[in-house]
Design a protein around this ligand. Structure first.
Ligand code: MHF
Ligand code: KIV
Ligand code: MG
Length: 263
């Protein structure tokens, strides 16, 4: 696979070709996922749940994420490396810039932050300084205590309109990619069609430009209840790289997500 950049993702969108994304937190799994053709790797703050055993992403620190970013960056090959800003990196623009700087020095190529329209200023300051940004909308796990649980977002027309509007504002502010989590498939499609930038979905239906899952879910090694949008690709694979390849192929052929994975 040729080195994946932001322009690669834009070209996929223009061509109507879906791309695959997967979380990775260390060198070995990052290497394996890259070799399987996964286009984007995410060092997600989900590491607080799947690696550290917390029941939310809030306890994850900047140092935790930097450590896993350095590990994943050494292992990955052609994939683009996206990295989550941790909870409360947005207490001030200065802190946001410093935290994003630390992630970029650790090996991030694209920084992801959870936020609504009010994050526009921070996104503008980051992109002005050469940090590409992915804005994460819909179910934002860092606000789980406000949302009252990991629930589908944008179900009513007013909420859906707000998510589309927020996405437009954040793209206008400089976001290069939008990630939509846990929204009705109709909203996933509407946001994807409304924007010129690539939209990555998780539980956002079959029509987003890219799909992402947590690696542990793809391998069927999660503890507790798994979300509806998850598929275990290990059941029909002979190896971990085989499972990643099957996930990648299923995304590329739009076999995944199927209706049972959507809201
Ligand atoms: N292993 C793992 N996979 C993930 O996808 C994931 C994490 N961890 N940790 C961080 C967040 C938390 N996520 C979650 C967790 C649970 C649901 C969930 O169970 N959702 C319900 C929605 C029910 C409804 O509102 O109708 C579901 O049935 O899928 C969704 C996203 C996504 N992220
Ligand atoms: C679930 C994805 C989108 C994420 O933000 C994470 O892994 O932290
Ligand atoms: Mg995250």
């Amino acid at each position: 696979m040729k080195t994946v950049t932001l322009s690669t993702l834009q070209a996929f969108k223009r061509a109507g070709e879906p791309f695959s994304c997967l979380t990775a937190y260390d060198a070995s799994f990052a290497h394996t996922a890259s070799q399987a053709g996964i286009e984007v790797l995410l060092v997600g703050d989900s590491l607080g749940m799947v690696l550290q055993g917390h029941n939310s992403t809030l306890p994850v620190t900047l140092d935790d994420i930097c450590y896993h970013t350095r590990c994943a960056a050494r292992g990955k090959t052609a994939s683009l490396l996206m990295v989550d800003l941790p909870f409360m990196s947005n207490t001030s623009t200065e802190r946001l810039l410093n935290d994003a700087g630390a992630l970029m020095r650790a090996g991030a190529e694209l920084v992801k932050l959870e936020g609504e329209a009010w994050m526009a200023e921070g996104i503008r300051e980051l992109t002005r300084r050469g940090v590409p940004v992915c804005a994460h909308l819909g179910l934002t796990p860092q606000t789980v205590y406000q949302l009252g649980g990991y629930k589908v977002q944008g179900r009513d027309a007013e909420q859906a309109e707000r998510i589309i509007n927020d996405a437009r504002i954040l793209v206008e502010a400089g976001a290069s990619v939008i990630l939509l989590e846990c929204v009705p498939a109709s909203l996933g499609k509407a946001v994807t069609q409304a924007l010129d930038v690539p939209v990555i979905g998780i539980g956002a239906g079959p029509d987003t430009d890219g799909q992402i899952l947590v690696m542990h879910d793809v391998l069927g090694v999660t503890h507790g209840r798994t979300p509806r949008f998850v598929k275990n690709f290990m059941t029909e694979a002979a190896s971990i790289q085989g499972a990643f390849t099957q996930y990648h192929d299923a995304v590329k052929t739009r076999a995944f997500p199927a209706p049972e994975h959507c809201f």
